[in-house]
Design a protein around this ligand. Sequence first.
Ligand SMILES: [Zn+2]
Length: 217
Amino acid sequence: MTASSLDEAPEFDGSALDALRQPLESGEMVVTRSVFSVTFPARFHLVLAMNPCPCGRGGDVGRQSAAPLCVCTPQQRRRYLSRISGPLLDRVDLRVTLVRPTLADLEFGASDAEPTSVVALRVREARDRAARRYAGTPWRVNADVPGPVVRRQFGLDRDSAEPLDAALLSGLVSARGADRIVRVAWTVADLAGRDRPTRFDVASALQHRDSGTAWAA
Ligand SMILES: [Zn+2]
């Protein structure tokens, strides 16, 4: 699987961004012409990066910073954020808000960070755990498993499902989004070395989906 990253994603043409929806969902790209149709494999990691607003300082509100605060109007901010359509955003599993680092963060912040080698080992163990669970199936990782199979064979138990049911009932999550949250919850459980997702794993998956859009309200 390859990774693609689009920096300043709202600056891309809207129709080009929305063309990513099909391969993100199915892992295939279908090109149709008048007399033929060809299907190409297109499973990839997509990283979309964007500022919180056109001037790029919207996330600095409340921060101690020498930089001037955001000068965008609410309409400018809404127009900018709306360039990433809801259906495309619905297919983004992990949304992370990055806060501009201070000088102290840059000088001292990374000293207690986990080494990449430790993180890589944890990821490898999580992927091995998922691969053992999917042995004998066409799938290797949680993201591969189709939605109906997720619901039928890898659904959540009643207690674990509670945070997700509440989000569905309140309209915060779509049916497609719910499948994706369950897949992420399995990954959270795999990373923690658990056999099944707990309600905390589901809450964590929900939080990862929400945290990047808090400023968009
Ligand atoms: Zn701004």
